[in-house]
Design a protein around this ligand. Sequence first.
Ligand code: RP5
Length: 161
Amino acid sequence: MVQVGVVMGSNSDWEVMRHAAEQLKAFGVSFECKVVSAHRTPDLLFEYAEQAAARGLKAIIAGAGGAAHLPGMLAAKTTVPVLGVPVPSKYLRGEDSLLSIVQMPKGIPVATFAIGEAGAANAGLFAVAMLAGGNAEYSAQLAAFRERQKDTVLAMTLPEV
Ligand code: RP5
């Protein structure tokens, strides 16, 4: 059964959103990736959101750029947690995407991550952390991941001045 949905407004978002998918894959989480556009395929958006809970999805990671209403509209149609990733846009470099996603009115939450690759990767890690609540294996994997990161930083050296 698919645990996490990774959706995005266009295949042009993939270079950013693949970082979420890569984290999920690294932790062995089952996921699917799909293009769902809020304004170009609104019926598909509704269908995806309406079926998400019954299909067993535990989280939806949604990335979009510009007037990025995909995460908010998904959240409006499902109680499955939506993790929003602002994709960098051509003219405003993703600040428009960020504000569109983060400024949800009270009542329909969207967890919002950083603009771009870091945000996508962190959304993937956050979804793993959500699943780790009921799964000792994911929990142990997350702890090991943090250890590896710590060791990398502790091994860092700086050039002589
Ligand atoms: C948004 O418009 C997408 O999420 C994408 O970030 C942006 C541009 O889409 P394309 O014109 O590349 O399909 O809907």
